[in-house]
Design a protein. Structure first.
Length: 100
């Protein structure tokens, strides 16, 4: 029997696959990397707070001021969707493969 490993050259990856405009991380410190996403994280927290407050106001107004409850629950849904949009930007599952 012959050893086939001598006949076949080693296979190495030589390309970058990424679903982003900047496939390589450009940072000098960890803070530089975090600072890029800090505003998005703050907006996510802010919109989640608005959604919870609007939902509580909608439940409170449900039996006393129905039109206000509909508006408040609609605002809660709107802010929750904005929260999920910001969360998606932070938790993106992009695959980056770097070969050498």
């Amino acid at each position: 029997m012959t050893d086939n490993s001598e006949m076949m050259p080693p296979v190495q990856m030589s390309s970058v696959l990424a679903d982003t405009k900047q496939p390589f991380l450009k940072m000098s410190t960890r803070w530089d990397y975090i600072a890029r996403y800090l505003d998005i994280w703050k907006e996510m927290i802010k919109f989640r707070g608005y959604a919870v407050i609007s939902f509580i106001a909608g439940i409170y107004l449900l039996f006393s001021f129905t039109i206000g409850a509909v508006i408040a629950l609609g605002a809660a849904t709107y802010f929750w969707e904005l929260h999920k949009f910001r969360l998606h930007r932070l938790e993106s599952q992009r695959s980056v493969m770097i070969g050498h």
